[in-house]
Design a protein around this ligand. Sequence first.
Ligand code: GLC
Length: 431
Amino acid sequence: MLHDLFRFLRRWRWLGLAFAICLSVILYGVVVLSQQPVHVTMLASALDTAQERHIIEAFEAENPDIKVDVIEGPNASNLIEDLYTSSFLLGSSPYDLVMMDVVWLPKFAAAGWLLDLSDRVSEADLSDFLPADVAGSRYNGKLYRLPIRTDAGLLYYREDLLQQAGLQPPDTFDELLAASKQLQQANATTWGYVWQGRQYEGLSAMFLEVLAGSGGFWIDPETLEVGLDRPETLQAIEFLRRTITERVSPPGVTTYQEEEARRLFQNGEAAFMRNWPYALPLTNADDSPIQGKVGIKPMVHAESQDSAGCLGGWGLGIAKSSAHPDAAWRVVEYYASQEAQRSLAIRNGYLPTRRSLYTDPAVVQEHPYFPDMVEVVESAVLRPPVAQYAQASDILQRYLSAALTNRMEPQQAMRAAAEETRTLLRRYSAS
Ligand code: GLC
């Protein structure tokens, strides 16, 4: 009997051993896998990816259980929007995090692509944030992103050149043209003014400033009235066209985005530039030929009108389709924190969405102009916050670009733009 048992055990011993090995391998795998970081993926512009690398690195150092995979996209905001849009439409989006321009939010929220974050944040948590950025993060009363950076268009000028010529920084369109020509004639600069003239979202943002600074408007979000075929719009286009026909701006300006304008200005080839605040630390960096020679001020405007900077800005939301919403939320919280926004302000000159940082001693020490920026941001003009914004902006970009590159008469172009926009909005209000 005992003998039989020994024989049995001898025969099955190898099987038992194999079983034990398999079990250990499986257990080991489970333990190792549970210690692997969760990967969350986000798409952002190449420029922002490079500028914000230190934030991701700091987050990962503090959160070893999460890895943030950032996919670099093009720099034009509307092109990144297209990439997010097609991935959500196809239903197999790889993105957990959605780095959103303020103008995309109504569309993304209305389409149901974003997770409602309202329950994760209290009103007290939001109290330090600038109201316009919070408003731009809500849709139908729900919160869909935390704003991490605000933006407003500014006029950059060469302090040294103006001083040498005995000129004041310009307030009006005409003063800008006159100062440019004077500096060009004196051979102090090759070009007067560089701006964003390419057919992309930056053209709409820049144009809104010239339009509002001419007393005009694009779309009234309350009444859905369209102002593109009004005389003020034509005056605004006239200013931009004069910069080209009077050779104040290079002919290629109608192909420039932010970075093309910045490179030219930073190389010392232009006296004035329209750009967002991110450009200041770069133009003032140690390797910049114009370090210490750059001033900023609110945008130029028409005589007897007010200056208008366009409100821009970015915020982080979570894709509804994400399999890792809690890990994604930790990234959102970190990006919007005091610590991360302070670092983005100091290193990159990004305007924070937290009001307290504008007077934060470490920030002000690095950027003494920051306290003045609160007013610029708070008086900035909004692009119309309608769910059809992407199409409305596309219409404006197409016709405006045609008018600026002499493919259409401005009046004819803006009449067509106004009509198309009205049709778009009628469809929207009827649905
Ligand atoms: C900046 C702004 C954004 C805007 C874009 C246009 O990134 O923050 O709101 O749409 O420029 O180029």
